[in-house]
Design a protein around this ligand. Structure first.
Ligand SMILES: C=C(O[C@@H]1C=C(C(=O)O)C=C[C@H]1O)C(=O)O
Length: 107
């Protein structure tokens, strides 16, 4: 392998890295937009719950969501434990929002 071969490999690697990073950036943008839509829905749920004196958290609903998401993750060859951790992280933030709404700090 001479010097010009090395330059060529480097160019190919750079191009491949850049192509993959473009896709990663698109996926990250989609995740942000999807999360924003999810939080718009959960905010409405929070207001509905506050209006009807329902508790911010619903552990039964959470358990079925986790079971469903773990199965989806397994089918998609994503680590189910990671999927569960991610959902729990998001739900914890939603519950925090619902508590804020219920306390009337959201108006
Ligand atoms: C959105 C809700 O409130 C909470 C948040 C959930 C979620 O983010 O998916 C699920 C259950 C609740 O603990 C709900 O009850 O549906």
């Amino acid at each position: 392998m001479n010097n010009s071969d090395i330059d060529e490999v480097d160019e190919n690697v750079t191009a491949e890295l850049s192509r993959l990073r473009d896709s990663i950036d698109n996926i990250d943008a989609a995740v942000v937009h999807m999360l924003a839509e999810r939080f718009k829905c959960t905010q409405q749920v929070g207001h509905l719950k506050a209006k009807h004196q329902l508790p911010p958290a619903d552990p039964g609903r959470e358990a079925s969501q986790i079971a469903r998401l773990r199965q989806l993750a397994e089918n998609a060859k994503l680590d189910p434990a990671f999927a569960e951790k991610l959902l729990n992280f998001i739900i914890a933030e939603v519950i925090r929002h619902h508590e804020t709404i219920a306390a009337g700090e959201d108006q």
